[in-house]
Design a protein around this ligand. Structure first.
Ligand code: ZN
Length: 179
């Protein structure tokens, strides 16, 4: 299971690491300007920060779980392959935690790339309906099912980490309630 998630996360990270992505507001399909008179656009610092934060988190998580001296990968998207190789012989618990982190980062990459519908591929952890919507302001997935409210009577909301854990661990509340 870990390998497919790692592939998807690595693909997204490779897209985010494309030089054209570092120019604010530009996408790779816009093409590259080659005129020498155009001043270099500033780096999109927030994206650079994003990449290094994600890679560092994966590396630190792996190093905390297993004793490894393997050199860290040269490119951001290689970090998942690096993490999988380093945790190959680790306990099931370590591999589950690794897969949750990879899944969560994959969701974050997709949203960063503008694919906010990625949360629709996860059932709501409370009611089990496929009715989640990404809420940009709270940076959480919100359930649009009318009957699905939290303790305060508001629409239930979920972090990407919670959705990732649900997918990897199969800990859906609705599934538990159904038995
Ligand atoms: Zn719900």
């Amino acid at each position: 299971m870990g390998i497919n998630q790692a592939d998807a996360a690595a693909r997204a990270l490779r897209m985010l690491d494309h030089p054209d992505m570092r120019i604010p507001g530009r996408r790779p399909s816009d093409g590259i300007r080659t005129t020498g008179s155009t001043p270099a656009a500033p780096l999109d610092i927030s994206l650079v920060d994003y990449l290094s934060t994600q890679v560092d988190e994966m590396i630190e998580h792996t190093r905390a779980a297993v004793d490894t001296t393997t050199p860290v990968p040269a490119r951001p998207h290689q970090v998942y392959d690096w993490a999988l190789k380093n945790t190959e012989g680790a306990s099931h618990a370590v591999q589950v935690e690794r897969d949750i982190l990879i899944e969560r980062q994959g969701l974050e990459h997709a949203i960063r790339l503008g694919d906010i519908n990625v949360v629709r591929r996860h059932p709501c952890p409370a009611c089990g309906s496929w009715s989640l919507m990404w809420d940009t302001s709270s940076t959480k997935a919100r359930c649009t099912d009318r009957g699905c409210k939290d303790d305060r009577g508001l629409a239930s909301t979920w972090t990407l980490g919670r959705l990732a854990a649900q997918k990897i661990r199969g800990t859906e509340i609705w599934r538990r309630n159904a038995t």
